[in-house]
Design a binder for this molecule. Structure first.
Ligand code: ZN
Length: 154
């Protein structure tokens, strides 16, 4: 079993969009996962590193959902301690409702999301789960997975 397969076995996808760690630490609510050896890492930081981008030195990874056990890459953002965007503005931006994006006439799906969708498909998550997560139609998830759409994105 690969590391990511082992990782996703701990995750319970909840109806509110959070991907909850099955046994979060009772003291701080964070999930912990052992990548190699005995060193445990916070699960949400791993999810961010794997599915979004490398975490700059020492940066905290925050939750738009205020749920420390959540490892949904879309609920995670780095706390930069700088820039003009406040925490609440960031949350507003990331939680906006998107209805069936990527259908005729619209293409607001980002290349980064296309890559995330592909990696989630590769992990065996259902099209239904992924479509509700990204607010796109199930058939679009399939098209992206099978590279009938966004094929130019590597
Ligand atoms: Zn969440």
């Amino acid at each position: 079993m690969s590391v990511t397969e082992r990782f996703w076995k701990h995750v319970v996808i909840s109806y509110d969009g959070c991907w909850n760690w099955d046994h979060p630490n009772p003291w701080n609510g964070y999930g912990y996962f052992c990548v190699a050896g005995r060193k445990k890492k916070r699960s949400h930081r791993l999810a961010y590193e794997w599915y979004v981008e490398a975490i700059p030195n020492g940066q905290e990874i925050c939750h738009t959902c205020d749920n420390p056990g959540c490892v949904n890459p879309l609920h995670l953002f780095p706390d930069t301690h700088q820039g003009n965007m406040s925490d609440s503005q960031m949350k507003g931006r990331m939680n906006f409702k998107r209805s069936y994006r990527g259908m005729a006439g619209t293409s607001p799906i980002t290349p980064k999301e296309v890559r995330e969708i592909r990696s989630l498909c590769a992990l065996g998550l259902s099209y239904r789960t992924i479509s509700s997560q990204f607010k796109i139609h199930q058939s679009m998830v399939g098209y992206i997975h099978l590279r009938k759409r966004w094929a130019h994105i590597k």
